[in-house]
Write a protein that binds this ligand. Structure first.
Ligand SMILES: Cc1cc2nc3c(=O)[nH]c(=O)nc-3n(C[C@H](O)[C@H](O)[C@H](O)COP(=O)(O)OP(=O)(O)OC[C@H]3O[C@@H](n4cnc5c(N)ncnc54)[C@H](O)[C@@H]3O)c2cc1C
Length: 446
């Protein structure tokens, strides 16, 4: 920064007044807006891009994690509710793979087509009656009091506007709204380092027959090249086929600042550097694959994701902070809102560390309602990767499955809070659990 300028006070037009205002259209925001609209509440979802899906589309993931668990050797889908509806819609569009196993037979994930996900999410929210406002960047909060948000301010091609709400759901991934409202949050591991981000890309023109199970052999090829002096952005790479096996997704990059720290998703200068560095890495690793991996000789990059994939920024402090021990010990909570089965997947410098649920444990943990209830703000929920978790807990519960769970609970809890005219932390959790069950959510995992 090189100083400050003073802006003139101005009147900001009120774009609309809604009972529930959701910021962000990733899995948490999709589920929150869908669930809130279905309760009959006037609901709007604000998204900076022109499509839904969050990192799942904008950062090119094309793969759901955390929906499934390894329950003592039996693989099953444990996240249901709105997540199941998304899967059904994707299947109907021909855009869903069968679940695949990773790490031998340790856990399942499920790949999807990115364009189909955008359409499935549009249709889901339209059918639920939620209004979507695309190309609108949230930029600030106007407060009624220190503890209450009156409006969310956004910038758009129509100008600067405000959205009044009674309940707000921060599903921005970055905890933007919570931070503007003055909620407390943490960033990183206590030493300032966040999970490292990655730029994803997809490859087309792969000869699937020749490539075979290349996901098992590419890491070996890279190690061999490293022994000869070549350097890659990270170990623990993922290359897997999409539904049509001529197309593969590549999760192989790791984007660091020149000083080695993780590029921050809430720093414009670092993000600008990171986008360029991420694409440079995509090119570098792709050229290695094309030149070294059998079946990739005639392949090409069909898409580099529109944005650098950010795994972690702000984590908002809530009534409970989900920790690694809750994941590894498969914790139960009286105020459970659903379950998730992903292990701890920590993107550390140059590598990915995995820590698994303890042997003999049932393979999934419950998620407590209190983790989506931020301290200090009376009409706000935080759902998704910015919910209340430690750095290590977030390394697991940030993936899509648990984000759907948190969002759906926030949407229904918003209705309960409005009915009872109470703050989120006073919502009747038994009533919430009953409503989640009747919506098809797997509340306890049994
Ligand atoms: C490279 C990478 C690979 C990953 N791989 C997987 C995987 O294979 N499977 C998996 O399940 N998970 C994966 N993840 C984790 C993934 O980030 C989460 O699963 C999930 O997308 C987080 O959901 P969310 O709804 O909390 O936030 P996000 O998905 O980040 O969505 C937030 C949304 O809010 C919008 N937004 C943010 N700020 C504003 C604002 N101020 N105004 C308006 N809109 C705003 C964003 O545009 C975005 O659409 C990966 C993450 C990364 C980065």
């Amino acid at each position: 920064m090189t100083g400050f300028i003073e802006e003139k006070a101005r009147n900001t037009p009120v774009h609309g007044e809604y009972e529930v205002v959701v910021l962000g259209g990733g899995p948490a925001g999709i589920a929150a807006a869908c669930a809130a609209a279905r309760t009959g509440r006037s609901t709007i979802l604000l998204e900076r891009y022109g499509f839904l899906g969050g990192a799942g589309t904008a950062a090119g993931l094309s793969n759901f994690c955390g929906l499934h668990a390894n329950v003592r050797g039996e693989h099953r889908q444990v996240v249901r509710g709105i997540a199941s509806e998304i899967l059904e819609r994707l299947r109907a569009l021909g855009g869903l793979n069968e679940p695949h196993l990773i790490f031998g037979n340790r856990i399942q994930a499920q790949a999807y087509d990115i364009s189909a996900y955008k359409i499935a999410a549009d249709e889901l929210l339209s059918a639920a009656g939620a209004k979507i406002l695309f190309h609108a960047l949230g930029v600030g909060a106007v407060m009624d009091s220190e503890q209450r948000i009156d409006a969310l301010v956004f910038e758009s091609k129509s100008g600067r506007r405000a959205l009044r709400g009674r309940i707000f759901v921060d599903a921005s991934g970055d905890g933007d709204l919570a931070a503007w409202a003055g909620a407390r949050y943490e960033i990183g591991d206590g030493n300032g380092n966040m999970l490292y981000p990655s730029t994803m890309f997809r490859i087309n023109g792969v000869n699937a027959e020749v490539a075979g199970r290349a996901w098992e052999t590419v890491a070996g090829l890279m190690e061999e090249a490293e022994r000869k002096g070549r350097r890659f952005p990270r170990k623990g790479i993922i290359v897997r086929p999409q539904k049509n096996p001529i197309e593969w997704r590549a999760n192989v990059t790791q984007v660091r600042n020149p000083d080695g720290t993780a590029v921050s998703g809430v720093d414009a200068e670092q993000m600008s550097y990171g986008e360029i560095e991420g694409r440079r890495q995509c090119k570098e690793v792709f050229e290695f694959l094309r030149d070294s991996a059998p079946g990739f000789e005639r392949s090409y990059i069909v898409e580099i994701a529109p944005q650098l994939g950010i795994r972690e920024t702000r984590r908002v402090l809530g009534e409970y902070v989900l920790a690694e021990e809750d994941i590894l010990g498969c914790a139960d909570f009286d105020d459970t809102i659903g379950v998730q089965g992903w292990p701890v997947e920590q993107h550390a410098e140059g590598r990915v560390d995995w820590r698994w649920q303890r042997t003999g444990a049932r393979g999934y943990n419950q998620l407590p309602y209190r983790m989506i209830v931020p301290k200090g703000i009376e009409n706000l929920f935080v759902a998704g990767r910015c919910a209340s978790m430690t750095h290590d807990g977030q390394s697991s519960a940030r993936v899509s499955g648990p984000c759907f769970v948190m969002g759906e609970a926030a949407g229904i809890a918003a209705d309960l809070a409005l009915r009872a005219a109470c703050a989120p932390k006073e919502v009747d959790v038994r009533a919430l659990q009953a409503r989640l069950r009747s919506a098809g959510v797997n509340v306890t995992g049994e």
